[in-house]
Design a binder for this molecule. Structure first.
Ligand code: PLP
Length: 381
């Protein structure tokens, strides 16, 4: 697999050579926990136990590294399992992390309710503001955690500038690339040390599997992650790895369609009388539009907007759509709608991460754009 090959060629082929025994063009689901040894220590394919390694997972991990432009990929049971492993592998009690002040709710909960009990300190800062991030750093800051675009406000952080700042102060840079997907944004090339994903979202792409990933460039970081991947054990199972790999093959075409549809939906919402504000990085009115244009191929499939008539109207709207399914999560082929204040971000209530009560979030799927517009039109009536 050549670095020079295009994104979709890598997505379809990296780690997925035809099976040498049968010629099967798709890597089999190796549903096995252990591997026969030919004499003690005589491993046939380098595998000894499936927490440590499984060929279906290896295929996925090789592919993940190839599509993120990294050297090593690691597949986890969930995005949060991947995040937890990053923290334990690379930080120690007493270390400090700067996190986005509108991070994904589950990420915030991991820092606030789990990692702090374990001795980690954090400051939530607006990561769109370089000076605010610099001010939030202290002598113990070992990591800057970036999410861009952010969930659910679609704020855009400048990865290159934040990486420069963090590296000047000897802090590692992690980018949660879930919202953009590696098709739209390549954080390692912009200076990030680690990329994490909830592969549950765009990478898997079909709302049928929960998973996570870490991709890294540096060998020492890779070794630390590899050790903790096995030692903490939050690995992806072979069935989940298979489904995720199946999803990855169409990531490029799916993302283009998500973007096409989201652009149309964002324009429609921006012109609607019941909509107070649309948050979509592709709109020229979005404060992060220029930075997004610089670091993203296109602007993605996520949109959030504020209902002019307030919280109850936003909640009612979510119950009235028919093509947009009311549900948490995002990044699948089907369009989803949700009320972050009461659903995905309910755990951030009362914190700095609390979201506006009249906010509605859309994950724009790959259905026909006309049907999406008709559905929003009737629901906003
Ligand atoms: C969903 C999500 C996660 C958590 O991933 P899980 O697979 O649900 O554990 C992390 N970050 C972002 C941006 C997400 O959307």
């Amino acid at each position: 697999m050549h670095e020079a090959q295009g994104f979709s060629t890598r997505a379809i082929h990296a780690g997925q050579e035809p099976d040498p025994l049968t010629g099967a063009v798709v890597p089999p689901i190796y549903a096995t926990s252990t591997y026969k040894q030919d004499g003690v220590g005589g491993l046939r394919g380098g595998y000894e136990y499936s927490r440590s390694g499984n060929p279906t997972r290896t295929a996925l991990e090789t592919c993940l590294a190839a599509i993120e432009g990294g050297t090593r990929g690691f597949a986890f049971a969930s995005g949060l399992a991947a995040e937890d492993t990053v923290l334990r592998a690379l930080l120690s009690p007493g270390d400090h992390v700067v996190i986005p002040d509108d991070a994904y709710g589950g990420t915030f909960r991991l820092f606030d309710k789990v990692a702090t009990r374990w001795g980690l300190k954090y400051t939530a800062a607006p990561i769109t503001d370089l000076d605010a991030v610099a001010a939030a750093m202290n002598a113990d800051t070992k990591m800057v955690w970036i999410e861009t675009p952010t969930n659910p406000l679609l704020n855009i952080a400048d990865i290159e500038q934040l990486a420069d700042l963090a590296h000047r102060r000897n802090a590692l840079v992690v980018v949660d690339n879930t919202f953009a997907s590696p098709y739209l944004q390549q954080p390692l090339a912009l200076g990030a040390d680690l990329v994490v994903h909830s592969t549950t979202k765009y990478i898997g792409g079909h709302s049928d599997v929960v998973g996570g990933a870490i991709v890294v460039q540096d060998g020492e970081i890779a070794d630390a992650i590899a050790f903790h991947h096995n030692s903490m054990g939050a690995v992806a199972g072979p069935f989940d790895a298979f489904l995720t790999l199946r999803g990855i093959k169409t990531l490029g075409v799916r993302m283009d369609r998500h973007c096409d549809n989201a652009e149309v939906v964002a324009e429609f919402l921006a012109g609607h009388a019941k909509v107070a504000e649309v948050r979509y990085p592709g709109l020229s009115t979005h404060p992060g539009h220029d930075v997004a244009g610089k670091q993203m191929k296109r602007y993605g499939g996520m949109i959030s907007f504020r209902h002019k008539d307030g919280e109850q109207a936003a909640v009612d709207l979510c119950a009235r759509t028919e093509v947009f399914t009311l549900g948490e999560s995002l990044g699948g082929v089907e369009s989803l709608i949700e009320h972050p204040g009461r659903m995905t971000h309910a755990s951030a209530a009362g914190s700095v991460l609390e979201v506006p009560a009249d906010l509605v979030r859309l994950s724009v799927g790959i259905e026909d754009a006309d049907d999406l517009l008709a559905d929003l039109r009737q629901a906003l009536r």
